[in-house]
Design a protein around this ligand. Structure first.
Ligand code: FO1
Ligand code: CA
Length: 309
């Protein structure tokens, strides 16, 4: 049976990789594009790249983005020219951006380009951007509106988040390929940042209605473990938005959408309170250090979701 996953960056990509191992071409991953932006004339799609590189087995694990075995000749020369050095494009990674940007200019959709790049890396799963239209995450901080990569990379998330907006979301069309997918057995929301990676997907008109009308179990994996984020600014942002920084806070965020949540062993004590929000709780080790961890978590998510049918 077919499974649909929703994913953003690193944590999401790791679970998607485990699911791809179990499911092959029976997996569709719907990927956040709110982090996308134009830089040096290139269309950069960080989360699509992270998912593609991770499932393709070529991700740079230390860095958390980009390709393994990267070299930086382009950036060195760019710096010599006085070009912008705050956002790093590796030599190999640059090929992805040139390819994507060129195809978009030829009239291809982001969906078509994502399919071409993932096929080139030998990926069997289907990777779908949430929309082919521009949706841009904007961070509002102290009266300023900051473009996402500006906030994330240039400011290193160093300003407080008052509010997060998704510019263009109201006018965007949900990826038409999503409505044409085979009926899945379940939907798995990967352990991506709820506010920065999953909310932009849900902000596309029709996304929430499509999910709930599928009428299949929707299961989320908490990206917050032991009151901290495994990676990235999720914990800091939850605190700034006055949400409890815990798996309970994650559960409350998804209340009404998900049927079940997977939380880490170390958060087991939160299970009764989470269950009182009206969702099933599954307690397993969720921290993915090895490839075997990804596969084990994917298998236990699938078992949990299937038991909710
Ligand atoms: N993240 C950084 O922290 N610094 C960078 O210079 C950087 C470059 C970059 C280039 C291509 C790409 O696809 C991703 C890149 N990222 C970089 C990661 C990106 O900012 C983040 O992964 C996210 O958008 C948050 O998930
Ligand atoms: Ca992201």
């Amino acid at each position: 049976d077919h499974i649909i996953a929703l994913a953003g960056g690193v944590g999401g990509a790791k679970l998607a990789d485990g699911l791809a191992h179990a499911l092959g071409d029976k997996l569709t991953v719907i990927v956040n594009t709110g982090d996308d932006f134009e830089h040096l004339g290139f269309h950069i799609s960080p989360d699509l790249d992270t998912v593609t590189y991770t499932l393709g087995g070529v991700a740079n694990a230390q860095q958390g983005w980009g390709l393994e075995g990267e070299t930086w000749g382009f950036m060195e020369q760019l710096a010599r020219l006085g070009g912008p050095a705050w956002f790093k494009l590796g030599d190999r990674d640059l090929a992805t951006h040139a390819y994507r940007t060129n195809r978009l200019r030829e009239g291809a959709t982001l969906t078509e380009v994502a399919a071409e790049l993932s096929a080139a890396l030998g990926i069997a799963a289907r990777l779908l951007p949430m929309s082919d239209d521009a949706v841009r995450t904007v961070i509002h901080s102290g009266g300023r509106a900051i473009a996402f990569q500006e906030y994330f990379v240039r400011l290193a998330c160093g300003v407080p988040v008052d509010r997060i907006a998704f510019a263009g979301a109201a006018e965007a069309r949900l990826n038409p390929a999503i409505g044409a997918l085979p009926q899945p057995a379940a939907v798995i929301i990967c352990p991506s940042n709820p506010y920065l990676s999953i909310d932009p997907i849900l902000a596309v008109p029709g996304a929430r209605a499509w999910l709930t009308e599928l009428g299949v179990p929707i299961v989320v994996v908490s990206p917050i473990v032991g009151g901290a984020a495994i990676k990235g600014p999720a914990a800091k942002i939850m605190q700034e938005l006055n949400a409890p920084v815990s798996a309970l806070g994650v559960a409350a965020h998804y209340r009404g959408l998900v049927d079940g949540i997977v939380i880490d062993r170390c958060d087991e004590a939160l299970a009764p309170e989470i269950a009182s929000l009206g969702m099933a709780v599954h307690v397993v080790p969720t921290v993915m250090r090895s490839h075997a961890d990804r596969v084990a978590l994917a298998d236990s998510c699938l078992d949990f979701a299937r038991a909710l049918i």
